[in-house]
Design a protein. Structure first.
Length: 52
């Protein structure tokens, strides 16, 4: 996906996720940087959490 399409998808997802509990799987921190809570999972184990 090119950067313009990626930006559009991110904007739409951010709008859809407003005021909802949403679980997102991401391989880049930039995709979840606005999250209230971030959980890091490695080999089926919770290894770290981050809360806003």
């Amino acid at each position: 996906m090119d950067s313009q399409a990626e930006r559009i998808v991110s904007q739409v997802l951010n709008k859809v996720m407003e005021e909802r509990t949403t679980f997102v799987t991401a391989n880049r921190l930039s995709k979840i940087i606005d999250a209230n809570q971030i959980f890091f999972i490695e080999e089926d184990k919770l290894i770290k959490t981050h809360q806003e």
